[in-house]
Design a protein around this ligand. Sequence first.
Ligand SMILES: *[C@@H]1O[C@H](CO)[C@@H](O)[C@H](O)[C@H]1NC(C)=O
Length: 626
Amino acid sequence: MVNPGFLVVFCLSFLVFTEATKTIDSHLSSADLERLSGVFDDALASSDIQSIYYGAMHIKDLQKKHSVLCPKVTQLHKESKLNDFEKNFYLVNIYKKLACPNPISESIQSAISLKKEFSNSQEMFFNYQSTRALGFQIVDEIKTALAKNLQTIVRKDDSFASLGYAFHVAAELGATGAPIADWIEGAFAQADEIGGKMLQFEGGLSVTALVLNGAFKLTKALKKPAPITEEQTYKFVTYLLSRRSVQIPKGAHVLIESLALISADKTVSPICVQIVGNGQIQPDSPLVHVKIVDLLGKPLSPHVSSVSATVTAKQSSTPLVTKQALISKSSDKTVFELNLSSAKPVRGLYDVQIFADQYTQTLGIKILGKVKVKGLEIGVGESDSTSALKKQTVEYPNKLSEELNADAQQKVILRVTLADEATGQPMTVHQAFIRLQHKETSEEIIFVAEQDTSKAYKFDMDVGARSADFGHNSGLYSMDLIVGDASLSNSFKWYVADIQLKFSSQPKVANKTPIRSSRPEIVHQFREPEKRPARFVSDLFTGLCIVPLLVLFVLWSKLKVNLSDFPFSLSALGFHLGFGAILSLFCLFFWKLNMFDTIRYLLPLALATFFFGNRLLRSIAARKSS
Ligand SMILES: *[C@@H]1O[C@H](CO)[C@@H](O)[C@H](O)[C@H]1NC(C)=O
């Protein structure tokens, strides 16, 4: 006999294990949703019926807008070049959503029919949804016929779009649509994996969402398990979230729809566990806030019952706290607080492993530290002597009361120890600089302070040797210590002292111009023309080119050109004048006109010349034959 108690425990544990366990570290945030709602706002104002439809699906209190939108949509429907079934679908649904007062015309209503054989699933889907939106009942015989029709369609066309629409229709058909579910597995087997991280269908967001949403709706309608595994869901979600910046109303709509459908399926959907803020934790109050929400940023239902965390230093792998419970914040039920005060964390990078019921998630945080100045000494001494120089101590954040003086034979020395406020240990920081700024010209020069073997930072400047760096610009300089580090919460700049520097040589004039003076304006320069030969040479060659023409005239006069046979008819004169004009035009082109002007003048000339030439040739031919 099987113990019934065991059976109950077995079933319960089975129930627990069928729930998803994956977590993701991002979700559609309120900022994303706000931006997408902006996309829908713009869509509503557009003059594209499809965009208006998607806008209308997402915008509340539309009733106020129907006086403008209803006539506009009616007009857009008339002008639209979309397929009838598609634009009818938009019209009917917008009318319904807006509660437009005027009825939908008879001709449109009669065009929406399910009593026919469809050749593609898209048309069937649109007609089905339009019929529903018009408020008509769809009887079982029609559903059975549609289910049969659908099977014929997907056997012929199993493209992603065809299958996607088929899944959507089948989901509406109830049990009669069940055979279509057989195509789900095959469709998902063809999804493309991107870098092992994401899954999508070829064709991008709209195709991916079409297949995904249809499959989820269909399996849900048939009360079957989710169409894809938890692993696949995770990858599709990663893809969908990567497309959150979509600007197209349809894309925005299907993105939200997809994430909502997936979120609703607890057996496969990942949840989002993320650190609130930038992950930098202040040393004064080391509180880590963890947000646990669904993919649309909504609270989980039911809420997670227990949240705890193990925090481990990245470098040493020693745990700071182990399975410490997080407290749900009363102001925001999705946020849980981890208080690390009693663990006294030191500055550094940590891994936070979060356990929320069956989910675990590992996230990184950086605990910031505080630096304190342990003692700063400053002094001026002879550069060639090795004897100890007189140093003065300055307390943070004061400024040395007296003014220091250093000339070219001397050196300036500064020594400072930086310590971690929490541990008191000397600390190494990313940046420790000494800045010297001329009080009058504001020119500045920055030196790096080096850490010595005792971990103190040291700055040692031989004034004479550095003279050139200062442009030999003597005068009163202010001296700052700059300490910065990404892991510090109190990086600082400290005005330590004033110092009079005297360089031996005079400043060069060139060095007087400030380093950041404005540069001359950049003006676009055209390419310089190629070098040309001298005027005389080019004229000479032009002359040489004309010589054959001269020779021609000379020879003509020698030959005694006979013009007596010239027919003084309109066509002969016209032709010769036109021809001459064209030649002159070419000369002008060579001389001053550009090509476009030349062509503009040439066209009428050429036409007239052609006309007269044709007449002339005809008259010559007629004369010859007579
Ligand atoms: C965190 O814990 C410390 C001591 O354990 C306590 O003093 C402090 O008030 C707590 N902070 C918050 C915000 O609960």
